[in-house]
Design a protein. Structure first.
Length: 149
């Protein structure tokens, strides 16, 4: 059974996380993952700024940061669960980007979560070819789940 653990570290309830969790479970099914687990941590701009500075050497906030725990399939703690890692999402940045891109907060936070999910699976967007593959997968999940721009 796949599992996503949501940790909300901001001082407000984010009602959209239930839908985001369902979208990610759908993406996991689409990618044929079984017994896989990862965390989503909702943070503010200050928190993600410190992560970005400490781990990436970039002294500013960002929208999403992922920490993947694997390069290959691994088993941790003697269990059969595959543990992918953590996705940190700045709620502040998601809000401002939803306004900037003129779509809903649900669309933005869903995009960031799915984007982080594909990073955990090893996808990236450094080259144009990689970007096309990763972004196509993201958009397919969002569109198929009914989250459009």
């Amino acid at each position: 059974m796949n599992k996503i653990i949501i940790n909300n570290l901001v001082d407000e309830e984010i009602k959209e996380v239930e839908i985001v969790q369902k979208i990610l479970l759908y993406a996991m099914e689409k990618e044929k993952l079984e017994d896989t687990i990862f965390d989503i941590i909702l943070v503010d701009n200050n928190y993600i700024h410190e992560l970005n500075k400490t781990y990436r050497g970039i002294d500013k906030e960002t929208d999403v940061i992922t920490f993947a725990l694997e390069d290959d399939d691994i088993v941790m703690n003697g269990s059969d669960e595959r543990i992918l890692g953590d996705i940190y999402i700045s709620v502040d940045k998601a809000k401002s980007q939803s306004i900037e891109y003129e779509h809903s907060f649900l669309r933005e936070i869903s995009f960031l979560a799915v984007h982080g999910f594909y990073h955990l699976l090893g996808y990236d967007h450094i080259t144009k070819e990689e970007e096309e593959i990763m972004f196509r997968k993201q958009e397919e999940v969002l569109e198929e789940y009914g989250i459009s721009r």
